[in-house]
Design a protein around this ligand. Structure first.
Ligand SMILES: [Zn+2]
Length: 164
């Protein structure tokens, strides 16, 4: 493990000792809880990487230094993204119910799909676009560029939750 991190065993996370915000590269992190803790998962069916001597994790959070302004940007734009996703999802549900008027089972089936899929994907996409346009990295982009996370990814860990 690099010197840039301290293992917090109780919280199963690596806490950064460096302060430079990895999202804007301008400001510094002021509080540990402002940092973004990226979940990193050990992939199944892969050789167990010995990462921390006596400690064996299947999932660990790696803290990415983040300044208060980038934290606020990420949090606010997550909310904006959800609102956009919700509006798109409701519009699609409206279209589906008009299109399948009289065919109630189709209307329900496609209505549910037409609600859930845009809600998740449009929300995520909208958040990403707004954050990137504001000139900083998204939570995920910042995590992917962080040397400790990159080292874990090279050893067979993943940022995506492995399917059971
Ligand atoms: Zn920042």
């Amino acid at each position: 493990m690099s010197e840039r991190y301290k293992l917090n065993e109780a919280r199963k996370r690596l806490e950064p000792t460096s302060l430079l915000c990895q999202y804007c590269w301008k400001a510094i992190s002021e509080k540990m809880e402002d940092n973004y803790f990226a979940p990193v998962y050990r992939e199944k069916n892969r050789v167990n990487a010995v990462v921390f001597r006596s400690v064996n994790f299947n999932k660990i959070h790696v803290g990415i230094p983040r300044c208060p302004s980038c934290k606020k940007n990420h949090q606010n734009n997550k909310i904006v993204g959800w609102i956009i996703g919700l509006i798109v999802a409701l519009l699609i549900v409206k279209l589906v119910t008009v299109y399948f008027a009289g065919q109630i089972s189709y209307a329900i089936f496609f209505g549910i799909l037409g609600f859930i899929i845009p809600l998740f994907f449009v929300s995520k996409l909208a958040t990403t676009i707004i954050v990137v346009r504001s000139g900083i990295f998204t939570e995920r982009e910042g995590a992917e560029r962080e040397p400790q996370v990159m080292a874990l990814l090279r050893e067979g860990w993943t940022l995506d939750q492995p399917s059971a």
